[in-house]
Design a protein. Structure first.
Length: 473
């Protein structure tokens, strides 16, 4: 009798959690669709050429940390220097690379050491060989800093110290920025409202199999490997149906470390990037938001649905698992560090909506799913399973995942339609049905390993991400 009561309680809890998750995803998808349609309509009247050419456009520093990026460094820097924006510079932080990244930059971009006044507002690892600028006027916007290794956060903090701009665009050096990315990203900061925009993020797309020439994206191709295809669908789903909604609700907790634009003054006031976390991108956004709430200032974290940045994704499961393991640990670290925000009305939307959602449906989701699998296996072994209910639940979960992916694909087709080649649409539909079976088990495994590593393997930091380089034309 007691055993049956316990089983019933557990089943009801799983049912309530599942229905809550499904409803929250549907609400977010609806809000995202509304926000994306409004954004497309409003921005159809914007003349981005005025922002691009105006000498009074706000200054922006693109900060790109680099560690052993010899394979892509020259091409990626060329991409960053190709931006159609008038008032910007590019700061490459060579974070103690052991390969020939610095030597390649010196040779290709005619770099020489210079005396450079640095305002050290955030403590970082010291310079190694110094600061370089080009003797070629064509590369006058380029600054290369060679420093002792301190990790990505330390390198970004060095960039904050070096920058003389009002805004900083923090980007992974292996990412490919589109030429109009800065003028589109800066636009929310220029709009006159009663809320100060403290940060903005944009959609990240996967560059695997795409053709890149002279630092520019020439041809968008759909990759062959299922693991890469699954990530394309996952990114479309997350960016178009997740972060757009949170931007409208002003509840966004994370801007991808691949590309984000920040108000430099506020980023420095809160202490810059945290060197003791592997989720430095999410942690900084949460800290900046918490600071603005505590100062009782009206603010906003904006989000741009335009595909502004393309990045190389893992093409094998070892690196994929390592990456997702790190994402899990970063989420746990950030939510734990800022737990005073959670469920706290003092922090308004951040405390009573954003934090609870991330805690229950991002941080706890893989744990709940893993416990559910163990519970299911226990019922099977003890012969207490109701196969009709179990089968219906599994089918419901699978079909909802497919349905949600199809909504994401429809949204993509009706808005930015990046994958135009014949047959790609069918392959995207096919991967919508395969992704829950092909990629998701590895995501779950990585998340559980991330939880175990966080609590029992404190020395574990960044995972390995081996680059193969973007396809050259």
């Amino acid at each position: 009798m007691i055993t049956q009561i316990i089983i019933d309680i557990i089943q009801y809890l799983f049912f309530i959690y599942s229905i809550s998750a499904i409803l929250s995803y549907l609400v977010l998808a609806t809000i995202s669709a509304i926000e994306t349609i409004e954004y497309k309509h409003k921005n159809s009247f914007v003349n981005y050429k005025e922002i691009m050419s105006s000498t009074i456009s706000p200054s922006i520093s693109i900060i790109a940390p680099a560690y052993n990026e010899s394979l892509n460094i020259v091409e990626n820097v060329r991409s960053l220097l190709s931006n159609h924006y008038v008032n910007y510079d590019v700061i490459i932080i060579n974070d103690g690379s052991k390969d020939d990244s610095l030597e390649k930059l010196i040779t290709v971009y005619n770099l020489v050491p210079v005396d450079y006044l640095m305002n050290e507002q955030i403590v970082t690892q010291p310079l190694r060989k110094g600061i370089y600028k080009s003797t070629n006027p064509a590369f006058e916007k380029l600054i290369v800093v060679d420093k002792e290794n301190g990790g990505k956060s330390d390198a970004l903090n060095m960039g904050l110290n070096i920058s003389n701009s009002k805004y900083v665009a923090c980007i992974d050096v292996d990412c490919l920025l589109l030429e109009d990315s800065l003028q589109k990203m800066i636009k929310p900061f220029l709009e006159i409202t009663d809320k100060k925009v403290i940060a903005a993020g944009g959609v990240i797309r996967i560059s695997n199999s795409c053709i890149v020439k002279d630092g520019k994206l020439h041809d968008v191709n759909f990759p062959i490997k299922l693991i890469e295809q699954g990530q394309i669908l996952e990114y479309i789903r997350a960016f178009l149906l997740g972060r757009m909604a949170w931007s409208r609700l002003n509840g966004l907790l994370v801007i991808s470390g691949a590309f984000g634009l920040f108000d430099k003054k506020i980023a420095i006031q809160v202490g810059g990037y945290d060197k003791n976390t592997v989720g430095e991108d999410m942690e900084l956004v949460v800290r900046m938001r918490g600071y603005m709430e505590e100062q009782n200032k009206k603010y906003k974290v904006a989000y741009i649905p335009d595909p502004l940045c393309w990045t190389e994704a893992p093409d094998n499961y070892k690196i994929f698992i390592s990456q997702r393991n790190r994402w899990t640990r970063g989420t746990i670290e950030t939510l734990k560090k800022h737990r005073k925000i959670g469920f706290n009305p003092k922090y308004k939307t951040l405390g009573i909506l954003s934090y609870p959602y991330w805690f229950f449906f991002e941080r706890m989701a893989p744990v709940v799913e893993f416990v559910g699998i163990i519970y299911f296996a226990t019922l099977v072994i003890s012969n207490k399973i109701r196969w009709d209910y179990a089968f219906a639940f599994i089918v419901l979960a699978y079909l909802f995942t497919v349905f949600f992916s199809l909504i994401a694909l429809i949204t993509e087709e009706l808005t930015y339609h990046q994958y135009k080649k014949k047959g790609t649409g069918f392959r995207l539909l096919l991967i919508a049905f395969l992704e829950p079976l092909v990629n998701h088990p590895f995501i779950l495994y990585a998340a559980i390993r991330g939880n175990i590593d966080y609590y029992f393997n404190k020395k574990k930091k960044w995972g390995e991400m081996t680059r193969k380089g973007m396809t050259k034309a």
